[in-house]
Design a protein around this ligand. Structure first.
Ligand code: CP
Length: 317
């Protein structure tokens, strides 16, 4: 691993190594993650061009647990407001001896672009790009399933709601299929399901009663209005009636099914509070596992960068 941009195309071995490494960072009491010196002397820069609570905070905590120095660039107060281009901003940050950029951007492909064209000497971690990918979210979701359902292999997983605009869903689907989920279902109105959903290996359902039957894992998604054109925006009341997860709809799934949500939650729109805060919900566990998973990805990417530098240095001798 040199950068971590997507879950698409990554091998089962590599995804499993990320999960195993993350597991090794979680202390036996489950209330904390270990502090380790793996990134001592390294500088990580958080570059969030879009808002975030969970991802930005857990990347910062993960960097600190790896003993790195972390810089959170306040984009709103940065020189981008004076007309500086993204590339100039990145080159200047690279000149400050940065080793890793954690990037969230509204444009799909932004992290790939940066990795390929802007800063070849810095590891790039994608913290969410447009509607394309959110790979560390998908990996913390895989860890949550593995820890709460024993394995991913053989499980029936339903992803419910606005799949069309969801970078989380796309990254989850690739990871779930690679890690051997028995079925990946998507449930939602036709206007919020991607046209290529079957090519991604998913089965589409339009009714909760059908789609949730025999499920081990239910992943709820919010309506991502910031990426919708007005014409596609369903009424929240109608959406809740048909697709909002209630205690009643939860009974369609297996009795021990777990309920997940990447956050932020819109209570009363895609999920009712009794379910979000109920005994089958692992939503806050997902947040906690985000620290260990992000530690694993950062440590593996930094090790990959170092290995490449060593190989290049050997070739020059
Ligand atoms: N799940 C997620 O990406 O949340 P934030 O937008 O708060 O980072």
């Amino acid at each position: 691993l040199k950068h971590f941009l997507t879950t698409e195309g990554l091998s089962r071995e590599l995804l499993t190594e990320i999960l195993d490494t993350a597991d090794s960072f979680i202390s036996t009491q489950e209330r904390d993650v270990k502090k380790v010196p793996l990134l001592r002397g390294k500088t990580v820069v958080n570059l969030f061009f879009e808002n975030s609570t969970r991802t930005r905070s857990t990347f910062e905590l993960a960097a600190k647990r790896l003993s790195a120095d972390i810089l959170n660039l306040d984009i709103a107060k940065s020189a981008t407001a004076k007309g500086e281009t993204l590339m100039d901003t990145l080159w200047n940050l690279e000149a400050m001896y940065s080793d890793m950029f954690v990037v969230r951007h509204a444009d799909s492909g932004a992290a790939h672009f940066i990795a390929e064209h802007v800063t070849p000497n810095v590891a790039i971690i994608n913290a969410g790009d447009g509607r394309h990918a959110h790979p560390t979210q998908a990996m913390l979701d895989m860890l949550t399933i593995r820890r709460h359902q024993g394995s991913i292999e053989g499980k029936i997983v339903a992803i419910v709601g606005d799949i069309l605009h969801s970078r989380v869903a796309r990254s989850q689907i690739h990871a779930l299929r690679t890690l051997g989920a028995a079925e990946v279902r998507v449930i939602g109105p036709g206007t919020l399901l991607p046209r290529d959903i079957e090519a991604l290996g998913c089965k589409a359902y339009y009714r909760m009663e059908d789609g949730l039957k025999d499920c081990d894992v239910i992943i709820m998604l919010r309506l991502q209005k910031e990426r919708m054109q007005n014409a596609l925006l369903p009424s929240e009341g109608e959406f809740f009636k048909l697709y909002g997860l209630t205690e009643e709809k939860l009974t369609y799934a297996k009795p021990d099914a777990i309920v997940m949500h990447p956050g932020p939650i819109n209570r009363g729109v895609e999920i009712e509070s009794n379910v979000a805060d109920g005994p089958q919900s692992v939503i806050l566990n997902q947040v906690s596992y985000g620290i260990a998973v992000r530690m694993a990805v950062m440590a593996m990417a930094m090790s990959g960068q170092q290995q490449e530098r060593n190989e290049l240095a050997e070739q020059n001798i």
